[in-house]
Ligand binder design. Structure first.
Ligand SMILES: [Mg+2]
Length: 359
């Protein structure tokens, strides 16, 4: 089962409403899909969402990275050379983590198709039904309350509130949303690097003093300020979740050893794919630290791949933030994976159980 061709395509879809964080506003999802074909006719599908402000990648750099790596992987066997393929993928080009993740997803899709089993089973998982949170974009308070109540009406019980443009307004946002939603709603807060460490302590201590419980505060300060995360962690009750601070295993180990965060957010697009995500989760487990599986603005292939990984590591990946398909104006209907707002159910088909369909 040798690789004969590697090509890319675009997956484009408008979002229901603009996705707004402290870093960016996005109205249309535009992702790269990877199609790897083998000499037995099998095709593996992968996907990655270029996120210039986080990974430094664009549609153009992803296409260039994939076409640069393609000849180094072509001709190798999915069954006999799988480790060598992954080794070349990760050592012959630095960075470009989303491009590598898209390639790896397609490779694992093929590998599990070759073994005629769903990817989660190849990775050792059994769970197939999952519940994701949903992102509440950063807007004025009235809009965020409308969006939160709409999400609750659609069945979501966990809201991920985007913050980070103004600490005092952010306090008002959290209080207003907390007061508006049912009391059993779980709140996750994400400032996307938008606060200073002093702002972070101010915001979190203020809402903690009001008895507002949030499951975590995600990446309150700049990605490279690990000492700052520790400063905040020592002063607040709410657990800190490191996102942009942790791309790869080395950074995960640094954060874990320094005790700078309570949780890690793993994203295939940050770490370079499934193999590194598994290593990060296993390392976090050694430290007794739980993880979130997050995503960029990915379509069905990327989200499905992430859930296969969660299935295999659900004892350590305890939080699921894989809502990107739910944000699409037209969710996929022609696939065997079920996307029904917060509920996502993997199929028993071999591989990912999903194909490229740009409709
Ligand atoms: Mg985040």
């Amino acid at each position: 089962m040798k690789i004969t061709s590697i090509r890319t395509a675009l997956f484009c879809s408008p979002l229901k409403t603009p996705f707004k964080t402290a870093l960016r506003t996005v109205e249309n999802l535009e992702d790269i899909v990877v199609l790897i074909e083998c000499d037995n006719g099998f095709i593996g599908y992968g996907e990655g969402a270029p996120t210039a402000v986080i990974t430094g990648e664009t549609l153009g750099t992803m296409e260039a990275a994939i076409s640069y790596l393609a000849p180094m992987l072509t001709g190798l066997s999915i069954l006999n050379d799988f480790e060598e393929i992954l080794h070349r993928l990760h050592t012959r080009l630095l960075h470009n983590t989303t491009a590598k993740a898209a390639l790896e997803i397609a490779l694992y899709d093929l590998r599990s198709k070759a073994e005629n089993k769903p990817l989660y089973k190849l990775l050792g998982g059994t769970q197939t039904t999952f519940d994701t949170d949903i992102t509440i974009s950063l807007n004025d308070i009235d809009q965020m309350i409308i969006d939160s109540l709409k999400a609750i009406s659609l069945g979501y019980s966990i809201l991920k509130i985007k913050l980070g443009n103004d600490p005092l307004q952010d306090i008002d946002r959290i209080i207003a949303i907390h007061n508006a939603v049912p009391k059993d709603t779980i709140l996750r807060l994400d400032a996307n690097q938008g606060w200073s460490k002093e702002d972070s302590v101010l915001v979190m201590k203020t809402i903690e003093a009001k008895g507002i419980i949030s499951q975590c505060i995600e990446q309150p300060i700049k990605a490279d300020d690990i000492a700052g995360l520790r400063f905040i962690k020592e002063r607040i009750q709410t657990p800190i979740l490191a996102d942009e601070a942790v791309f790869n295993l080395a950074q995960a180990i640094f954060v874990l050893e320094s005790g700078s965060a309570d949780y890690l957010n793993i994203k295939l697009a940050k770490c370079g794919g499934i193999s590194e995500a598994i290593k990060i989760a296993n390392k976090a487990k050694e430290f007794g630290v739980s993880c979130m599986m997050g995503c960029m603005l990915e379509g069905p292939i990327g989200i499905t791949a992430s859930l296969h990984v969660v299935s295999a590591l659900c004892d350590v990946i305890t939080m699921i933030d894989l809502d990107a398909v739910a944000l699409l104006s037209k969710p996929p209907t022609d696939c065997s994976v079920v996307f029904n707002e917060s509920k996502i159910i993997l199929s028993n088909e071999s591989g990912l159980g999903i194909k490229y369909a740009n409709k």
